[in-house]
Design a protein around this ligand. Structure first.
Ligand SMILES: Cc1ncc(COP(=O)(O)O)c(C=O)c1O
Length: 446
């Protein structure tokens, strides 16, 4: 087998400057490459493999559906898996989010959610409402509208001429924001709405619990209650982006449930199918959809693979598997174990903070614990850590830039809900090995 790197094979890889291990099998929380090396997948890929690898119920459900009928177009027909999955999501999701529109990626779901908000207002007789408010740091996807709503300078710079203006407010980030500041209380949202003019604002979009961007930061308990009040007062739709945090990841089906708040629109993706197929969804309330039903009669967002039976069959089997095995409850229980065990890493000189909820955790690296000063970006600390971790057979997800838009290094842990306590211990042990090797390589904190 030739080395799997550009330009030696026909794959246009996501990184063009390194070799890729070739994974041939997945078993629970583990990935195995063609050389027989075993990787402890501590982030479910990109927060995706919630059920663990190799669940045959999901494989069988997809195979069975494909044998019956793999594809019908969502404009002409509906299908059994889409109907059944929507019914499951209706019972699991926050009350009132009764309608599910199925797509494939998180970016598509965000794109559709924002367009739905816009169409809602146009068909409600308020065509001036078009502006979006989002938060920084924050991430909502890589298609152009979702990217516009994301605070990722490094991703946006190249495509800036194609992006639309989105108003940004600071995200609550307890490690780096002062308690009681407008970012932490959500007052920054009201200030932004007043500045823009409520009559021009369509939607506010936010991740209920931070993903990579704020490294699993959990907002103060009252934050989203205040968001809800502000959105209601100014007639603005609140979109909870649960692409990463949904489907049980934080120990509740939707992370927004921790805050006792119901959004108007919710996006899901990643773990919704456990990663067995690319499945995402936009969930919306009747209040949002009715003006469209009474107006033009259709959401102007047709995509070929929306509501696809084969994909929905995987989602249905995954959701039923989660319910049958009590995996959300298990995620809450093992999540508490993970959070306690990683809290002990704060003793290490390079670890500034650990945080998260359920089996979603962030570990932030700093050059100076007292001042919280990040490592200079030129050091590429997070990248070096990820490489050292992969070497040690541990897969984590990095993020950079959160401290000040450019500097800042953290890694995320988000293992499958079937992770055991022994595997959590193994994650922590391999983490320490990777950190030692990173410090040695970069000659810091030694
Ligand atoms: C909160 C959030 N929204 C949207 C997305 C985009 O999802 P995808 O990469 O599947 O397009 C992501 C991806 O990381 C995400 O974390």
């Amino acid at each position: 087998m030739p080395p799997r790197r550009y330009p030696d094979t026909g794959v246009f890889y996501r990184a063009l400057d390194r070799e890729f291990p070739l994974i041939v099998r997945g078993e629970g929380c583990w990935l195995i490459d063609d050389q027989g090396k075993r990787y402890l997948d501590a982030c479910g890929g990109a927060y995706v493999a919630n059920l663990g690898h190799g669940v045959s119920e999901v494989a069988d459900a997809v195979a069975e559906q494909i044998r019956k009928v793999a594809y019908v177009n969502g404009t002409a027909f509906t299908n059994e898996p889409a109907e059944l999955l929507a019914a499951e999501l209706r019972t699991l999701s926050p009350k009132g989010l009764d309608y599910a529109y199925f797509l494939s990626s998180g970016s598509e779901a965000v794109e559709a959610a924002l367009k739905l908000a816009r169409q809602h207002w146009v068909e409600s007789g308020k065509p001036d409402k078009h502006k979006i408010i989002a938060r920084t740091p924050g991430y909502h996807g890589n298609t152009l509208l979702a990217l516009s709503a994301s605070a990722r300078g490094a991703y946006k710079k190249m495509f800036a001429p194609w992006l639309v203006p989105v108003t940004m407010i600071p995200a609550p980030y307890p490690y780096r924001c002062e308690a009681g500041s407008p970012a932490m209380t959500a007052e920054a949202l009201e200030a932004a709405i007043l500045k823009e003019g409520a009559g021009t604002v369509a939607a506010f979009i936010a991740e209920p619990v931070g993903g990579s961007s704020t490294g699993g930061s959990v907002p103060p308990k009252d934050y989203f209650k205040r968001v809800r009040e502000i959105c209601d007062k100014h007639n603005i739709l609140f979109i909870a982006d649960e692409v990463l945090s949904g489907a049980g990841r934080t120990g509740r089906w939707a992370a927004i449930e921790h805050f006792d708040v119901v959004p108007d629109i919710m996006t899901m993706g990643k773990g919704l199918s456990g990663g067995y197929v690319p499945l995402s969804a936009v969930l919306a309330s009747r209040k949002v959809i009715d003006p469209i039903a009474k107006g033009s009669g259709a959401f102007k967002h047709a995509q070929t693979f929306s509501h696809s039976p084969a994909i929905c069959a995987a989602g249905l089997a995954a959701v039923r598997h989660i319910k049958k095995h009590g995996l959300v409850e298990r995620c809450a229980k093992l999540g508490a174990v993970l959070q306690t065990k990683i809290a002990a890493l704060r003793e290490l000189p390079a670890v500034g903070d650990t945080r998260g909820l359920g089996l979603l955790a962030g570990i932030e690296f700093v050059a100076d614990k007292k001042t919280k000063a990040p490592f200079p970006r030129s050091l590429k600390f997070a990248e070096a850590f990820v490489a050292a971790a992969q070497d040690a057979g541990l897969i984590v997800w990095p993020n950079t830039g959160h401290a000040d838009g450019e500097n800042g290094d953290l890694v995320m842990l988000a293992p499958s809900f079937i992770v055991t306590e022994a595997e959590i211990d193994e994650i922590v042990a391999r983490f320490k090995t990777a950190l030692d090797r990173t410090q040695e390589k970069l000659n810091v904190h030694r």
